[in-house]
Design a protein around this ligand. Sequence first.
Ligand SMILES: Nc1ncnc2c1ncn2[C@@H]1O[C@H](COP(=O)(O)OP(=O)(O)OP(=O)(O)O)[C@@H](O)[C@H]1O
Length: 627
Amino acid sequence: MSTGKINVSVENIFPLIKKFLYSDHEIFLRELISNATDATLKLKHLTNIGEASVEYGNPVIEVKADKDKQTLHIIDQGIGMTKEEVEKYINEVAFSGAEEFLEKYKDSAKDSGIIGHFGLGFYSAFMVANKVEIITKSYKDEPAAHWTCEGTTDFTLEDSNKTERGSEIILHINDDEKEFLEENKIAELLTKYNKFMPVPIKFGTKEKELPKAEDAPEDEEAKKVTVDNIINNPEPAWTKQPTELEDEDYNSFYRELYPMQFEEPLFHIHLNVDYPFNLTGILYFPKLSNDMAMQKDKIQLYQNQVFVTDNVEGIVPEFLTMLKGVIDSPDIPLNVSRSYLQADGAVKKISSYITRKVADKLKSLFNNSREDFEKKWNDIKVVIEYGMLTEDKFFERAQKFTLYPTVDGDYFTYEELEEKIKDNQTDKDGKMVILYASNKDEQHSYISAAKDKGYQVILLDTPIVPHLIQKLESSKENISFVRVDSDHVDNLIKKDEDKTSKLSEEEQTQLKTDFEKVVPKEKYTVQLEAMDSNAAPLIITQPEFMRRMKEMQQSGGGGMFGMGNMPEMYNLVVNTNNELISSLVGKEEAEQERIIKQSLDLARLSQNLLKGEELTNFVKRSFEMIK
Ligand SMILES: Nc1ncnc2c1ncn2[C@@H]1O[C@H](COP(=O)(O)OP(=O)(O)OP(=O)(O)O)[C@@H](O)[C@H]1O
C-alpha cells in the first residue's frame, strides 16, 4: 500500500477560475469596481485613524474604454499597492487582502464597508481579457509597480513611473468579448451593479446647463459646461437614518430604483438592524393586483451597496417577494460569485426579522390611521392574506390588523366582526357562521337574500381565499365560513325554525318526480324546501365543501385529491311555497315541462351559468313568449 498527497497546482486552478467560477462574464466589472472602492475606503479609514498622512480629498473611480486599443481601464485614487503587496495580494490567488485588512483593523474597520472577501474577484478579469495590467502606486512613499499577466501563471512585475496615488487596471479585451468596450454596454452594467456604490464613479463627461442670471432675457440660451458623468448615487436613502428622511425622500428614492414605474408606493418600511446581524434596507408596498406571479422579484439585494441579485428567495419570506425595494446586508452568506445564496441559520433569522418588521409596520399603520389603512386594504390584502397562509408567526400577528370588509364597504377586524354577528349568525349547534361572497355582482341575489335576514356578508375575493378560510376555521373554535350561494338562505345558518310546506307529502313527492324528469340528473340534485313564499321559485346552489375543495385543488395545493377535475354539481332548490311552483301540481305534462325548463334557465341566468347555445335558445324562446 502507498499513501501520498494529491498535488493541486496553480496551473490547474487558474483555468477553472477563468471558466467556471463565475458563470456570468459581465460581473468582472462589478468585481474590479468593488476592488477600487475597497482601495478607496481603506485609504479613508487609514486617514481617519491617522495611519496615513495623505490628503484623502474627493476621490473618484473612473471607468473608460479605448476602442482602438481594445482596452478597458478602471482607475482609482485609493490605497494602491507596493511591489511586495502586488506579489502578496495578486500573485497569491485566493489570498484576500480585504480579509487581511479587516483582520488587522478588526475593531475600527468593521463598519468601513469593505466588500472583498474571497480573494478571487480580481481574476474574473480574465474571463473577458487575454491580458491584464495593474499600474499601481501605494500611499506609502514607495515606487509604483507595473504588473502584467496574460492569463497564464507567468507574470512580469517591474517599476513604473506612475506618480499619482492609486491603481489603474487595464484589461486587454478578447476579440469575442468586444461588447464590453461599447459605451451602452458599460453604462448598462454600471447602472445594474454600481448605481448605489459608496465612491463616485465617473464614466465619460456630460453637458450641464448653468443657471441663467436673474435678469437674463427669456430667450437667452443657458450656458453649458462639461462635467464628469457620475453614474452612481453614493448615498442612497437606505444608508441614512429614518429620522433624516421625509416621505418625499422615500418616494424619490423609489423613483430612482424603478424609473419606469409611475405609480407611487402605498407605504414604506425602513429596515435597520445591527445585531445579531447587520441589515439595512427599505421595502415598499406597491399597489398590487390579484395576480401574484407577475409582481415577484422586484426586491434588490445589495452587499455594502454593491448590487448582488434581484432574487431574494430565502432571505425574504415568499409572501413578501411581492414587495419592492432594497435590502443590504454584508451578513448574507453568498458563494464566491456572489450570485447564489447559501441557506443557513443566519438567513432564517434575517427572514423572520423582516417578517416581524413588516407586521409591526402594518399594525402601526392600522393603529395610527385606520381610515387610511382601510383605503389601502384592497391593494395590500393579497400580501397579508398570503402571509397569513404561509407564515404562522405572521398569521398570529396579523390578527390585530387583518380586515374583513363587508359587501357594503364596512371594514371589521375579526374581533369586531365576531361581536357584530355572533347573536344573529350562530346556528342551532352553536357554530358561528361567517357568510361571504366572492363576487358582489355575480352573487347579487344571494347577497340580498342574506342581507334581508339581517346577516352581514363579507367580501373575500382573492384567489387564495379557499385556503385561507380553511386555515381560519381550523385555528378558531366553532366557526365556519359559508359562501352565500352555497345553499338557500334559510339553510345557510340552520336555526330551529321549521317552515311548513303549502303542499302535501304526496304532492311534494309527485313534484320531485316531475322535476327530475326534466332537469338533467348529472348536473342537478333536486331538493324541495318550504321557504318564504316571496323567495324565488328555483335557486341553484353549490355546497360549500364541494366548491371549496375544487377551488383549492385548482389554485394549487390542499383540497382533496382528484376533486379539481370533478364535474360541476349543483343543488336545485325548489321553493314549494312559491306560487309558481305550487301551481305546477296537477298541470298537464307538456305545460309543466315548459315552465320548469324556463324557470331553470332563469335560475341559471341569475347564477351566470347560462351560456352559449343554451343562452341563445333561451333568448329566442323568451321573445316568442312575449309576442
Ligand atoms: N484597485 C486595487 N487597489 C488596491 N489593492 C487592490 C486593488 N485590487 C485588488 N487589490 C488587492 O488585491 C487583493 C485581491 O483582490 P481580489 O478581488 O482577488 O479579492 P478580494 O477583493 O479580497 O475578495 P473577493 O474575491 O471577495 O473580491 C485585494 O484584497 C486587495 O488587497
